[in-house]
Design a protein around this ligand. Structure first.
Ligand code: F6R
Length: 607
């Protein structure tokens, strides 16, 4: 959620750090700061606000320094303020930290008893003091940092610089990602390689417990036992257009329109004829799938909604039962694991702390195997899971997930088909779905054309304080996703219900002030859904219904919006598009910060 950048160069690093922070800002954005090492002195500047506020502190005169570390923060311990911003300093030491130090209170007490005064209310400041306290008994900054880290419980990715040991950055990770970027005569560190794409395309991903020592000419990595180790260098080839909004006003808007292409990329190389290819989840996956008797899904937020849709597909296509849990709840309910259960995580970032913790917990249980649906191949989740499929959606910058969701759905459908294929189930249905998947990107383009209609209804919703989303069956999770999207970027309170539940309570809410947004595809319960919506009409509710062309309904207050035709099993993907556009248009009218909504972060790397 917070972002780290570090650079050690021949040239001044200020511009590299600022550009890196801007690229990470979507992850956390309530304050920012940096430390620069110049002629044996460290200068630190920090501010509440965005990276541009940090830049403004310097004005026209750009500061010098060939070694530096920088941070953009999303507050967890201590309110957003310039004092609580990183870097934190202690004597010669300056530190930036992502993650949460769980034993910070004990450490703070212990350090205070040694006469050291804290300047901030953060958990992170203990790291700076601990390293400083270890300096005099250590031979190097790396040794002092390693000793300090051994005292920490919790999660961290850190970068440290020191005036006593200039010309280097020490980085370390445990529970939060950190990467070394390799240049020519200059090297870098960051919590996400995206921060460094303007300076390099060669990266080394630190593993859990690793400590890295980076100078401008060289780098070395020591594992959790302090042993010098070799880690692979990865060259990233894809073109980096992620930081450009191009013709779009917001990244979210751009990412909505990228969906047809993103889905083509998710399907690329995974279908053959009228079936899925074998082993698209990794070598041996098709064999393992033969044994699967049950699925456990663990995810958060939008990714969890994708899992809820997929649970229906696993049942109808793969003929397998599915249990699904919020990642933050899963490991605390003492789950019983049936024999031959497959553990599935879904995550755009692959760094969500609860989802990762769920996977690590599951590894100690008797699961047959683990599998992840993820958008970031270099993420911790991808590296720690037995089998994986990458959604190939390209970087998602807008905090509100759009293309990640629809591509997750496509990847989950590939999983449903692969499981069915390995288990010898439903060949005709598989062929039908494969044909529908191939047609999907074109139908998505049709869905995107609904924008003009949605622009007309957005003002009615933008003036309200509440909204209700309704869907039945496979559309209930889509209703939940629609409600989540609206609330997170427009700050309108929105709830979702299975339409049949209305009369068990929520019908009491219905009046002209609570718009009801419903999805009415052509399903076997379409008539029942229409009856539910009639109940809303009868109570004076305003209805916006996205429906199959075959559904007829008179709507006096509100609007009936006809959706393009598509195979029923894939309709959740098609109907998601207008809900994304609706939340975007409403947020636009309300003037919120669409790409970086208040209080949120793109990648939630704390539990
Ligand atoms: C909502 C949203 C979040 C994420 C959730 C999980 O638009 O983006 O709810 O879906 O934080 O993140 P990942 O998928 O990265 O694990």
């Amino acid at each position: 959620m917070c972002g780290i950048v570090g650079a050690v160069c021949e040239r001044d690093v200020y511009a590299i750090l600022i550009e890196g922070l801007k690229r990470l800002e979507y992850r956390g954005y309530d304050s920012a700061g940096l430390s620069l090492l110049n002629n044996g002195n460290i200068t630190t500047q920090k501010t509440i606000g965005k990276v541009v506020d940090l830049e403004n502190l310097f004005g026209e005169s750009l500061p010098s320094g060939t070694v530096g570390i920088a941070h953009t923060r999303w507050a967890t311990h201590g309110v957003p303020s310039s004092i609580n911003s990183h870097p934190h300093t202690s004597g010669p030491i300056s530190v930036v930290h992502n993650g949460i130090i769980e034993n910070h209170s004990e450490l703070r007490k212990e350090i205070t008893e040694q006469g050291i005064k804290f300047s901030s209310n953060t958990d992170s400041e203990v790291i700076a003091h601990l390293i400083n306290l270890n300096v005099c008994t250590s031979n190097s900054l790396r040794e002092a940092a390693t000793k300090a880290l051994s005292r920490l419980d919790g999660a961290y990715a850190i970068c440290v610089i020191s005036t006593d040991d200039p010309g280097k950055i020490i980085g370390a990770r445990s529970g939060s990602p950190l990467v070394v970027g390799l240049g020519i005569g200059e090297n870098f560190m960051a919590s996400d390689q995206m921060a460094l794409r303007q300076v390099t395309d060669r990266f080394v991903y630190l593993e859990e417990g690793d400590v890295a020592e980076v100078t401008k000419e060289d780098f070395s990595i020591f594992n959790q036992n302090g042993v010098l180790v070799e880690r692979d260098v990865t060259q990233i080839n894809e073109l980096d257009q992620s930081s450009e909004k191009g013709e779009y006003k917001h990244f979210m808007e751009k990412e909505i329109y990228e969906q047809p292409k993103a889905i083509i990329n998710t399907l690329d190389g995974r279908l053959s004829g009228d079936d899925v290819l074998n082993n698209i989840f990794g070598l041996g996956s098709s064999e393992i799938f033969k044994k699967v008797k049950r699925i456990q899904i663990v995810a958060c937020g939008t990714s969890l909604h994708a899992g809820r849709v997929a649970a229906n597909w696993f049942s109808s296509i793969s003929e397998l039962p599915t249990q699904i849990d919020y990642a933050s709840e899963y490991r605390y309910r003492n789950p019983h694991v049936d024999e031959d259960s497959l553990f599935v995580t879904i995550s755009q970032s692959g760094e969500t702390a609860d989802t990762l913790a769920g996977l690590r917990y599951a590894k100690g249980k008797n699961y047959l195997s683990s599998l992840c649906i993820c958008n970031v191949p270099t993420s911790s989740l991808a590296r720690e899971t037995d089998y994986s499929i990458f959604t190939n959606a390209g970087p998602e910058i807008g905090v509100a997930s759009t293309k990640a969701f629809t591509t997750q759905l496509v990847a989950l459908m590939l999983l449903a088909l692969s499981l069915a294929k390995s288990r010898g189930r439903n060949p005709k249905l598989r062929a039908r779905v494969v044909a529908a998947l191939r047609a999907l990107p074109e139908i998505l383009l049709e869905s995107l054309k609904l924008r003009d209609t949605i622009v007309e209804i957005a003002p009615d919703i933008a003036t309200k304080d509440n909204a209700l989303f309704l869907g039945r069956g496979i559309f209930y999770p889509i209703a939940k996703e629609g409600a989540l999207k609206l609330k997170e970027i427009s700050y309108i309170h929105a709830e979702a219900y299975p339409a049949g539940e209305l009369k068990h309570g929520p019908l009491a809410l219905i009046d002209e002030d609570i718009p009801v947004i419903a999805m009415a595809p052509d399903s076997e319960i379409a008539e029942k859904l229409v009856s539910n919506l009639e109940e809303v009409k009868a109570r004076g509710g305003i209805l916006y219904v996205f429906s199959d062309p075959s559904i007829s309904m008179e709507i006096e207050s509100g609007k009936l919006i006809k959706m393009p035709k598509c195979d029923f099993l894939l309709t959740p993907i098609i109907y998601t598009i207008p809900l994304q556009i609706l939340s975007y248009e409403v947020a636009l009218l309300r003037g919120t910060d669409i790409d970086q909504p208040r209080n949120l972060a793109k990648s939630v790397t704390v539990e």
